[in-house]
Design a binder for this molecule. Sequence first.
Ligand code: FEO
Length: 383
Amino acid sequence: MVNISESIKYVGVNDKTIDLFEGQYVVPNGVSYNSYVIIDNKIAVLDTVDKRKTAEWLDLLEKTLNGRKPDYLVISHMEPDHSASVNEFMKKYPSTVAVGNEKTFNIAERFFPGVLKNKLVVKDGEELNLGSHTLKFVFAPMVHWPEVMFAYETSEKVLFSADAFGKFGALDCDEDWACEARRYYFNIVGKYGSTVQSVLKKAAALDIAKICPLHGPVLTENLEYYIGKYNVWSSYLPEDKGVTIAYASIYGDTKEAAELLAATLEKKGEKVALFDLARCDMAEAVEDAFRYDRLVLASITYDGGIMPVMEDFINHLKIKNYQNRKVAFIENGSWAPMSGKLMRACFENMKNITIAETVVTVKSAVDAQAENQLKALAAELTK
Ligand code: FEO
């Protein structure tokens, strides 16, 4: 068990057997569902955990409470990876007062009608005193659902940040924060950049010593690094210079064109991230499309359209508000190459997208003409 401080205890759990987080994201190192307890005159539990881990969590909570009963259960976020154990918690500790906002309780009624009987409905900025600790609630709508609220503990300057600053990966895995936090951010919260920006502005007014998210490690040092990353990500600006190349190929010719471009760019000293969309983790490709400032999409023409896996990828970018990047296309078609024109049309309504002038057309296999176009594209992307 990790203690955040003398009075603030970590009671979260690791899940290393889940196949897909949120039903769609691979998590090779698992994920943690974080939960915290503040021990004071009054005891507050901050969030429950996914139903996959209810029993383990309740056991840990009971040990941590050491014979006492919780007074409050703060519900920061109603998504079931955090709220699915509320029902079992309330069976065990029925006198606990649930703390949430109006939207929290509206959603709770849909997930588990009638379970929350003792409710404390709080407003943005309202405080809850526990003794020597005080929680101040900071609403964070759409980070990542409408009811989300942060809680700032004023005496120890701890920010309980809900999904914000969270990452994939169980707590006992040794991995870089940014990589899995970025994949988490763009795929899960990415659509809501403007609301993340609003909450970051609110958070800037707080003196924060520690950040306790609902997934991933508690952040205790160098907080400006993490807040800086969130600021860049939520503003939709590229984080690094580089080119993401994503391809959809059937017999390897479109792949060859993508690899030739990648090799040429690398020779010019560019950072390149190359993805085979039919085989990669698409969430990684989405992450790198947002991370770097340039994107190249290479697709065969399929039934007169774009290869479905490429269409899916472009749709992922669109729903996450992809913007502020330079985008280029490589098309392939044996009798009527159409995919370049069709991919381009998908980007027309996206904000501040610059389309490269050079379009590479492969007619079945890479020939001298296509090689020249690839060189021209590499030159355009690096000028
Ligand atoms: Fe970790 Fe939006 O739930």
